[in-house]
Design a protein around this ligand. Structure first.
Ligand code: 5GP
Ligand code: MN
Length: 334
């Protein structure tokens, strides 16, 4: 962080402030870990609220302070935004990912600070701290906190940050993991983070039916003829049969990449209540999915992990995907 930026930030927080922390919709561990770390960092000298655009997986309720997360609800958000001095948008860089909160952010007179690691940030923030080379927003929040006031680091903050980093790096194994990421991990352990317990809470904390759903999703993988691509889906019926809860399908898409020679794996999830198909793209090596997700499925993300949306039926979405990916490969990789 350069000196001028640091001075500006220190000036902003020189008096008691009303702060709102916002993760992206359906927040994951990196988004909520970032919010909660900053919540613990600021809460003694400021009035801090965390507002999530919508609900999140109950798996993350182990994060210290999670009982303070407010799920957006117009009346309450209106009141909080009216009085806010500073808004942090965390782990996203395009207002559309804040869903119904985006108009509250746009209409607010508060200073907006973005901390994020996705490519091509939009220009809505007064202070944009953006670095796509970072493993996670949590790693950036660690640097932010250490720069502002290292003496405030503690066990709660460390646990929130560590959880976000391990989730976004697949436990320090994705290419975004750098020697600095591991150094941060090492520092966090010095604050008492329990690495085994966090792994257990994130990965070994599900109902039996979720294991059955994983089995049927894996069984359902199909290969696209002559291309190194696998795809699978979870229908609304699969969800009803298996008592599906938010977060249950986290990580399922990665199984496609366990197959030799496969470079891209895709998961389609039918969201009957929203009338959309949510799509997860994962890839490796030179095969990049973020541009594809943005061009064909109104989404985006990282080079090797992206998401998108389709308003067609599940079957029509799969058909469109096969046509589009053939076209994309022809244009970019042949
Ligand atoms: P997931 O497949 O886990 O839902 O999302 C993987 C990554 O893709 C996320 O970390 C996020 O960067 C990105 N992503 C997911 N859904 C969307 C979307 O609807 N729009 C955009 N722009 N990015 C998304
Ligand atoms: Mn992230």
């Amino acid at each position: 962080m350069d000196k001028k930026l640091l001075d500006n930030i220190n000036k902003l927080f020189s008096i008691r402030r009303k702060i709102i922390l916002i993760p992206h919709s359906s927040p994951d561990a990196d988004a909520l870990g970032s919010c909660l770390a900053l919540y613990h960092f600021f809460k003694d000298q400021n009035d801090v609220s965390i507002i999530s655009p919508n609900d999140y997986t109950e798996i993350l309720n182990f994060l210290p302070g999670s009982e303070n997360i407010i799920i957006h609800e117009s009346k309450l958000s209106e009141e909080l935004f009216k009085n806010a001095d500073i808004i942090f948008t965390l782990d996203f860089n395009s207002l559309s990912r804040a869903r119904n909160l985006s108009s509250f952010i746009t209409n607010s007179s508060a200073s907006i600070i973005m901390i994020d690691h996705h490519e091509n940030p939009d220009k809505y923030a007064n202070i944009t701290i953006s670095n796509p080379k970072m493993s996670s927003t949590c790693e950036m929040v660690y640097n932010f906190i250490i720069t502002l006031d290292k003496s405030k680091m503690n066990y709660e903050i460390a646990t929130c940050i560590y959880t976000g980093i391990v989730a976004d790096t697949g436990s320090f194994r994705f290419p975004s993991t750098t020697s600095k990421t591991l150094k941060v991990g090492s520092e966090l352990i010095n604050y008492g983070v329990n690495v085994t317990e966090i792994f257990e809470k994130l990965h070994n904390n599900f109902q039996f039916k979720r294991l059955k759903l994983l089995g049927s999703t894996i069984n359902n993988f199909k290969k696209i003829d002559r291309l190194p691509i696998l795809y699978t889906s979870i229908s609304d019926e699969d969800q009803r049969l298996n008592n599906f809860k938010k977060g249950d399908s986290e990580g399922f898409v990665n199984f496609g990449l366990t197959v030799i020679g496969i470079l891209c794996s895709v998961l389609f999830i039918e969201k009957k209540d929203e009338g959309v198909i949510k799509i997860s793209f994962r890839s490796k090596g030179d095969f990049k999915v973020n541009i594809f997700a943005s061009k064909y499925f109104n989404g985006g993300g990282h080079e090797h992990a992206s998401g998108g949306i389709s308003k067609l039926s599940l079957i029509e979405t799969e058909k469109k995907f096969i046509t589009d990916i053939r076209q994309y490969i022809k244009e970019n990789y042949e």
